[in-house]
Design a protein around this ligand. Structure first.
Ligand code: NAI
Ligand code: MG
Length: 802
């Protein structure tokens, strides 16, 4: 009996005493690899390391010690040129390979990552400063998963993406927070679908990219498919500007994302931007509190908080706020900050001194703005760039730390009372990347998830990722998705658009006036604008003539201006109920529009003939095609649905297409009715509200259309029409920050302007670069090509559990 008691107390004592001792991962292999490249790394171009043409180089550092780790080449124009031309040559051959051959290469890359997992994980931890536990258990396995998943897309590309071809040569620019994982997110889909790549890693963390290129080549990947050019922002800019690049895929800061949007405007390069965030982490009263506290650890102290989708804005329901904060602070006290290679730590080093001082200064600012600072009082390693787990509570929703991305181990917190208030606070942000919702009531959690402006929502979880589940943001968090089927489309282009020719734009005909016309009594025959379901006089009270090809004045329309656009945008926002109307309801209304248009088909045909000079039969065909197109989108309205992903966890991810919001539409000059219907119908079928600028030379089909809208039960504000100068009105729409997307068809200059001016709120743009679409050609002019651009996919992760 005595001995038994003694034994128990011994065990208890042992647990009490069980003090922490470091358990470092061996770095011999990694250091040996670095030693082999002791003279410095070249760029990896066309299958081999080559020094910079300029001979310039720079150092990469070990964040945990501050010591220089390796010498890297600084990429200049000649290096980018040679990388792009090597990619161009390789791509032509690669795209010709059968999907199965490409699949086998991708599969070999996945196997190669697994075989060298330890080496990659150690190099990554040393170069970035992040814990080996994360590189070993998260970054590297997820990277392998991306290559496996995309090997599959290569295999079935010819059936699943039969109507698309590869984009070509892709420039990819990645950040330093997940160097190897971001490389995989970018390379796997690009290569799988038949493209070749020039990738610029972040200047702080280039090593695993170079290691990957070396290993991939050893694994038999043909030379030239992956080219790695190391360097700083300027090197990235050279890649962005290179004329022989077909697409840029960027992950990084919103500021640089904007610069890239601006510099690629009008170039025809396709673009995806995965930018910053300030993602809300919402804890309701009925949440599993311990689960939520653990969630915060994963949300903001994972990867030292250097995570674009970090749950950095904690919103806690008032009733549980005190308890929640108390438990969170207690948990913070048990976190361990230490050497990246120590397997027992929770947090490693911040990537670089410049980032550390950025974090420090933002925290100071938060305190100055009235937040309460709490930092874990724990042992901190000496030397290197380390920062403790930090909480700023009681922040104001408008304060700097509540709105700016800190990109460090710093959470801010504030409270809310009701679910509505939680949603409002959560959406009070320029960003819209991710969100995390904690509640045991599934109805509440899903209702909130649906209303959050975010590309990814995790219910009772955070920071879950999978190759099959698309990732990407809304608003200033950028556009495009990585992963899954939607991510594949970002590396493809439609076959139906390949043969489009530059549009021939003829000058507006001059009015040929006759004395008789002027002598007629002055009645106001100016068609008004259509705003908020009502016909409205243009703000400026000016009108513009509509002239037949022979020069006959056939009517006048209002000259819309910036103020009219503003009014239309307000009306469109007020019609937000349209997005939550049932798809059945939207379908019915599209059919109803078609029916009413059909009832007046002859009048519309006559109008089209008069404006464009089209033959009666051609004009009739345009009206018939418009009616059919409305039917097409009525059909799609309740069929363009999401999917349920089953990622490798106990749970599901619901991939839901969501309306973009308020979308501006600049209609093409040609096909005055069919052009308008072809753009407006897919947008409203998916729940968007539109502000439409009809064909500039031939606007009367659109103004006649008001009466169709009025009699077809289209709710006020869903379709607003402002006539006038396409260029002027496009300018107003592009610079309007409450317009979520802008579709513009017309001249190449119009496309360039729209892309350039869209950077304010980084709106989604869809332009034709002056290439004419044959609106009668169904393959080119209707269907999923348009629907895909009318929505964003929101992925809602719902893990199961008891
Ligand atoms: P950054 O956006 O400057 O760097 C990301 C990548 O873009 C790097 O490879 C960089 O060399 C390249 N780059 C920089 N300027 C460029 C240009 N003009 N053209 C083409 N490429 C260019 O981010 P940085 O300066 O490293 O970090 C600053 C802040 O940005 C962070 O504190 C954080 O708030 C945010 N950030 C967000 C990331 C995210 O994943 N959302 C990732 C990295 C940074
Ligand atoms: Mg480094």
């Amino acid at each position: 009996m005595m001995t038994m008691t003694a034994a128990i107390s011994d065990v208890a004592k042992y647990f009490d005493d069980m003090s922490y001792g470091p358990a470092p991962e061996a770095d011999t292999e990694a250091r040996a690899w670095l030693a082999r490249h002791a003279s410095g790394f070249g760029h990896f171009i066309n299958g081999a390391f080559v020094p910079s043409a300029s001979g310039k180089s720079f150092d990469t550092f070990e964040p945990a010690t501050g010591k220089a780790l390796a010498r890297l080449s600084l990429g200049g124009k000649a290096d980018i040129d040679s990388a792009v031309s090597s990619a161009r040559k390789a791509q032509a051959q690669w795209a010709k390979l059968p999907g199965h051959a490409r699949a086998r290469h991708l599969y070999a890359l996945a196997r190669m990552i697994q075989r060298h997992a330890r080496l990659i994980a150690v190099v990554e931890a040393i170069d970035n400063g992040k814990p080996i536990r994360e590189t070993r258990d998260i970054d590297v396995p997820l990277a392998a998963r991306h290559f496996y998943h995309h090997a599959g897309w290569a295999q079935i590309q010819d059936t699943e993406f039969a109507d698309h071809v590869p984009v070509g040569v892709v420039g990819q620019i990645i950040p330093w927070n997940f160097p190897f994982l971001m490389l995989s997110w970018k390379l796997a889909p690009a290569l799988a679908l038949g493209n070749a790549v020039v990738l610029k890693p972040a200047e702080f963390t280039s090593l695993t990219a170079l290691l990957f290129a070396e290993l991939a080549t050893a694994a038999g990947l043909p030379a030239g498919l992956i080219n790695i050019v190391t360097g700083e922002g300027e090197t990235g800019a050279l890649l962005v500007d290179h004329p022989d690049i077909d697409k840029i895929a960027f992950t990084g800061s919103t500021d640089v994302g904007r610069i890239i949007r601006e510099r690629t405007a009008g170039s025809g390069k396709s673009l995806t931007l995965e930018l910053g965030g300030k993602s809300p982490f919402i804890v309701f009263e009925d949440a599993d509190l311990d689960g939520a506290v653990e969630g915060v650890v994963d949300a903001i102290w994972f990867n030292q908080g250097q995570v674009c989708c970090a749950g950095s804005r904690i919103l806690v329901q008032e009733g549980i706020s005190a308890l929640f904060h108390e438990r969170l602070k207690r948990r913070m006290q048990t976190l361990r900050v230490g050497q990246p290679l120590d397997k027992c730590i929770d947090m490693g080093a911040i990537v670089a001194p410049v980032q550390l001082s950025r974090v420090e200064s933002l925290v100071k600012k938060g305190v100055a703005e009235g937040a309460t600072l709490h930092q874990a009082q724990i042992d901190m390693p000496k030397g290197g760039s380390f920062y403790p787990p930090t909480l700023l509570s009681g922040v104001q929703p408008t304060s700097t730390v509540a709105t700016e991305e800190i990109f460090g181990p710093v959470a801010v917190s504030m409270t809310f009372r009701t679910p509505e208030e939680a949603i409002q606070l959560a959406n009070h942000s320029r960003y819209g990347l991710a969100a995390s919702v904690w509640s045991e009531t599934i109805g509440l959690a899903l209702n909130v998830a649906a209303k959050l402006a975010a590309g990814v929502v995790w219910v009772n979880a955070t920071n879950l990722f999978d190759a099959a589940v698309g990732f990407g943001g809304k608003r200033e968090s950028g556009f495009g998705r990585e992963g899954g089927r939607e991510g594949c489309y970002e590396y493809l282009k439609p076959k139906a658009w390949l043969g489009r020719k530059a549009r021939t734009v003829s000058a507006l005909p001059q009015i040929r006036t006759t004395v008789g016309e002027f002598s007629q009594p002055a009645i106001d025959r100016t068609a008004k604008l259509f705003i908020g379901g009502k016909q409205a006089r243009p703000d400026g009270n000016y009108s513009r003539p509509v002239v037949s090809p022979k020069g006959k004045l056939i009517g006048e329309v209002g000259e819309g201006n910036r103020k009219d656009i503003r009014n239309a945008v307000v009306a469109a926002h007020a019609a937000s109920g349209w997005a939550s109307a049932t798809a059945h309801n939207r379908a019915q209304i599209l059919y109803y529009i078609a029916e009413n248009l059909s009832g007046r088909a002859d009048a519309f045909a006559a109008r089209i003939s008069a404006m464009t000079g089209a033959s009666t039969s051609a004009a009739k065909a345009e009206v018939e095609a418009s009616i059919a197109r409305l039917f097409t989108y009525g059909a799609w309205a309740d069929k363009y649905e999401g999917v349920v992903h089953q990622p490798p966890l106990r749970g599901v991810a619901l991939a839901m297409p969501e309306a973009l919001g308020v979308v501006g539409v600049i209609c093409p000059p040609e096909a005055p009715l069919l052009g308008l219907i072809s753009l407006v119908a897919p947008l409203i079928a998916t729940g968007n509200r539109v502000v439409v600028v009809p064909s500039e030379p031939h606007p009367l089909a659109a103004t006649d259309f008001y009466s169709i809208l009025e009699t077809s039960d289209v709710p006020a504000g869903v379709v607003n029409i402002v006539t006038g100068s396409a260029e002027e009105l496009a300018k107003s729409l592009a610079t309007h920050n409450d317009v979520d997307a802008l579709w513009a068809f017309g001249t190449a200059e119009l496309s360039a302007m729209v892309e350039k001016l869209s950077i304010g709120n980084l709106k989604r743009t869809f332009v034709d670069h002056g290439k004419a679409t044959d609106w009668q050609d169904r393959a080119a002019a209707e269907g999923t090509l348009y629907l895909r651009r009318a929505v964003d996919i929101k992925n809602i992760w719902i893990p199961y559990g008891e």
